[in-house]
Write a new protein. Structure first.
Length: 295
């Protein structure tokens, strides 16, 4: 029987406009293309895990608007259980307004909308579903009180808490210590006092932080791959050299697959190998969830 991965996270509508160049302050430019679709770290990671074969239940909030209905339908289409993706009355679904210029650079403004309606009470309502053998995954796009309470409930119930602290948030030190693992990219790692020039430096930094900052630590290093450490072991997993065309959502592909493998009992080193392989495939295709590999 598949073991369940519970993702507590954000769901957004990504509204993406292609522009020749970014407007200056006060200026309006006409976009040459427009598309909208599923976004948000919680949603992306839930889809990556589902495509990897995990049974995924997403706990999230949308508005009671057309965007909310669309993202719920899209998530269900990718195989994610959306029973706990609730619509909040009178609040808009979270939206990420994204401009992509002719060079492929982007500018993004995120309005959290209904994602801010997730609260500690919603976490308490999940407590009875958590126990040894359950894996919970969350990210920095939900309120800090949700992350702190999730860590507390996972500790009490003996569930595994995987925390992707992206973007960096001011969570309680105890929340970080409960993370098993804490997953961050290089920039986020630096905000936590970790640093490295090359993968070997990063491996040593993670090894020093494991058991102190968090139960286990994983840092993704873009085209170089990722490093991971527990109290007793550490490793560097190089990414294969690929023809990268679009890195959007690569980090979410990595985290979703990592959590999916941990949820079925794969050890951290093995889970990181699978996550690097999946994320490296994702960068060879355009789009976010559309680029994620199916196991
Ligand atoms: P993003 O914000 O673009 O989603 P991130 O900053 O959270 O990503 P990265 O460290 O850039 O995360 O990338 C995550 C993983 O994606 C890496 O560990 C690696 O496995 C894969 N990856 C990213 N870029 C490349 C690349 N150019 N070639 C191969 N693999 C890549």
């Amino acid at each position: 029987m598949k073991r369940t991965l519970l993702v507590v996270g954000s769901v957004n509508v990504d509204a993406v406009s292609g522009v020749e160049r970014f407007p200056a302050p006060g200026e309006t430019v006409l976009a040459s293309s427009y598309r909208q679709g599923l976004g948000g770290k919680g949603a992306n990671q839930a889809v990556a895990a589902a495509l990897d074969g995990a049974r995924v239940e997403l706990v999230a909030r949308t508005g009671d608007d057309a965007g909310g209905a669309a993202v719920r339908a899209e998530l269900a289409g990718w195989g994610v259980d959306v029973t706990d993706v609730a619509a909040v009355r009178g609040v808009p679904t979270g939206i990420a307004q994204i401009l992509v210029d002719a060079r492929g650079e982007n500018m993004i403004a995120v309005s959290s909308g209904a994602n801010d309606a997730l609260d500690a009470a919603a976490v308490d309502a999940l407590a009875d579903r958590l126990g040894p053998g359950t894996t919970v995954l969350s990210q920095g796009e939900v309120p800090v009180e949700v992350l702190d309470r999730l860590a507390e409930v996972c500790r009490d119930r003996g569930a595994r808490f995987v925390l992707n602290l992206a973007p960096p948030r001011d969570v309680a030190p105890r929340t970080l210590r409960t993370a098993d693992p804490l997953v961050v990219n290089e920039h986020e790692a630096r905000t936590l006092g970790l640093d490295g020039a090359d993968p070997e430096d990063w491996r040593l930094a993670c090894a020093a932080a494991a058991g102190r900052l968090a139960e286990a630590v994983v840092v993704t290093l873009g085209a170089r791959g990722a490093v991971a450490a527990t109290c007793t072991s550490s490793a560097y997993v190089a990414a294969p050299v690929v023809d990268a065309v679009d890195a959007t959502g690569a980090g979410d592909a990595f985290v979703g697959v990592l959590a999916s493998r941990l949820a079925v009992g794969v050890d951290l080193g093995g889970a990181v190998q699978s996550a690097v392989a999946a994320a490296s495939q994702a960068v060879t295709r355009h789009g976010t969830v559309e680029s994620y590999p199916r196991r």
